[in-house]
Design a protein around this ligand. Structure first.
Ligand code: NAD
Length: 261
């Protein structure tokens, strides 16, 4: 994309934000690649190193070997908890500080929106959050750091200290139901928005990918910032196939300039 085309698209996106009263931001793994967390499907992504079939819920609960293997990968830092927010997360947090954000709906489990400064209750995490592990028997939650410590000390399959039940990272695995309350609220907010920005998602993982579909069917304007094409591009008012960090920074700076901040 040449520089003047990009500038024009950034200005268009900024104008849409300036005329919006209910802005929903929807993010996928692509927003966190610039924080050093690989996405799943890009070259070098997680599925080039691991087999997605090993990460199913049924395998986790039915096979001790599978639990050992999965906990081992978490111990090795499949998704590093040391990652810090990048320019795109910070730009979204700036929109929140400017009073221009209704909520963030995210497919990510890395907690980086909250680390950037978006309040917890404004982030709808469709696939859970890496910062907790949960007991499948009694429901007790443990900070992931605590479990990681136990793994690093040699426990292979940590269990619940209270009831000896099976512990599981509090993230949605393949085949597992998404949290119904989060899904419902995210769907409602997608339909009630007046502007919906997708950042860093292939929009091919369902039911998360229904969110922009609900939005567009409700007449909500759509902006997409993603390196590769998505099935929703043809419905978008603005599509920017550039890196999320620089793009979101430019968009938010333009919003600030145009609103005299
Ligand atoms: P995906 O891996 O299917 O696609 C990521 C998309 O982001 C791709 O289209 C890619 O072109 C784009 N992208 C990569 N780097 C980018 C950048 N710097 N700027 C702009 N775009 C960029 O991701 P997905 O559609 O979100 O779905 C995969 C699932 O994987 C999600 O449901 C999520 O739960 C999970 N996941 C989460 C994390 C995380 O928490 N950080 C990491 C990996 C996977």
């Amino acid at each position: 994309m040449n520089g003047s085309d990009l500038k024009m698209l950034v200005a268009e996106a900024a104008d849409l934000i300036l005329s919006s009263n209910k802005l929903v931001v929807f993010t996928g793994a692509g927003i966190s690649t610039e924080s050093g967390i690989p996405d799943f499907r890009s070259p070098g992504g997680i599925w080039e190193r691991f087999d997605p079939d090993d990460f199913t819920y049924s395998k986790f609960i039915s096979s001790k070997d599978s639990r050992r293997m999965q906990w081992n990968l978490f111990r090795e830092g499949l998704l590093s908890d040391k990652a810090v927010p990048n320019a795109a997360h910070i730009a979204i947090a700036d929109l929140y500080k400017m009073g221009r954000l209704d909520c963030v709906i995210t497919q990510n489990i890395d907690n980086l929106h909250q680390k950037a400064g978006v309040p917890d209750d404004m982030v709808y995490e469709l696939h859970g959050n890496m910062k907790w592990a949960r007991c499948l028997e009694c429901g007790r939650r443990y900070p992931f750091e605590e479990i990681k410590g136990r793994l690093e000390q040699g426990e292979e399959i940590p269990d619940c200290i209270a009831c000896r039940g099976m512990l599981k990272p509090d993230i949605v695995m393949f085949e597992e139901q998404l949290p119904v309350d989060v899904l419902e609220e995210a769907g409602y907010r997608s339909m009630a928005a007046d502007l919906f920005i997708v950042i860093g998602s292939t929009l091919t993982v369902y039911p998360a990918a229904y969110m922009p579909i609900y939005a567009v069917r409700s007449g909500v304007k759509l902006i997409i910032v993603n390196l590769s094409n998505t099935p929703m591009d043809r419905h978008a008012a603005v599509v920017i196939n550039e890196k999320a960090g620089d793009t979101m920074t430019s968009i938010v700076q333009t919003v600030q300039e145009k609103s005299g901040l």
